[in-house]
Design a binder for this molecule. Sequence first.
Ligand code: KE4
Length: 431
Amino acid sequence: MEHEKSRLLFEEALKVIPGGVNSPVRAFKAVGGDPVFIERGEGAYLVDADGNRYLDCIGSWGPLLLGHAHPRIVSKISAQLGRGTTFGAPTKLEVRLAQAICEAVPSIEKVRLVSSGTEATMSAIRAARGFTGRDKIVKFEGNYHGHADFLLAKAGSGIATLGLPECAGVPVAYTADTITLPFNDVDSLETLFGTIGTEIACVILEPVVGNMGCVPPSDGYLQKLRVITSKYGAVLIFDEVMTGFRLSYGGAQERYGITPDMTTLGKIVGGGLPLGAYGGRAEIMDKVAPVGPVYQAGTLSGNPVAVTAGLEMLSLLREGKEVIYARLEQIGERAADSMRALAANAGIPVTVNQVGSMITVFFTQKTVVKDFDQAKRSDTVRFGAWFREMLEHGIYWPPSQFESAFLSYAMSDSDIDHLEKVAEAAFLAVA
Ligand code: KE4
């Protein structure tokens, strides 16, 4: 593939943007080579500046469950643009999206719209601390909840991708109340709560982790979390920025039958535009200003253009719920089975974790990857070589061993055939 235009754009970008990218994981640092610059998205495909086409297995890191430039979303956004892009005042549209979110996710009795997943998780934790009057929070290794200072402790995603021990610029004091436990480990949870349970404001987790690569909860783990947080009065926050509206219309909490106290959303709920949300039990959310003393604000919160995209996305998902989620399960399982078989055929040890349309191929001898320690044992050099083979032959896979891939409803059976054909050659090339 020819990448001259991308190369020149990257040269220009490096002079004016740190690392030439507006989010670190896009820089391909973990997989080698230079990023390709994208010109447009078309359904399940991306087209780069040199005209190369790729099957998009990232979907902008999750939002594009229905593929790029869905005609109904484009049409609705276009109509809204002519009526104004932001008013800094309440609109009917925000009420309708809030109602749709509460209807889709019954544990959310009240919801506040913000502009990113980071804002959503940062605000949810502040509300939980305000509600309980407690300071300590619990997160899990390999889980990523955005880049709020106090959450950048043993995080996943870009922190893991770049192998950063922790984040510079975060005063030690800011993470002093952040306790990080191994994911899927009940003993450490019970030990912690047995000692300081009444001091813990909240536990936040990705119910299915995407940010260390895809790692599902072990059987009974979410139930244990629910019981122990209820026992000690700690707020259970499901960070469903990635899993919300992806693993089912009601998210991971519907799929696993767990009712958290709060939920954060992003990505899909914004229909491809900047929108996040946090919500939960009304008694917690009523602590948020102007009702209560927990302050949170945002100039573009609930802006009509992003809300319009989100509303249309949720309408499309609601209308096609049965067909869409059944299809995502089917292509997810097919892709996972194919990756296992093709790697085995090439004599490459891999563990493939897949939940619905989230999938990660861990290049590891470990037969199970259920926490960050096991994920980190992957052969990231071999993954990088495999990634570059996939990219050169038209598959845009996440440029990190510690990120989940995301399949989309826009993918046809022949697209999955293409994915399998390229993956087969890529496994053989790195054998
Ligand atoms: P944003 O601030 O990037 O909208 O959301 C932060 C966030 C919160 N919670 C979860 C579970 C998330 O996955 C994210 C962001 N995900 C990463 C991908 N692993 C975004 C991609 C990037 O950082 O460029």
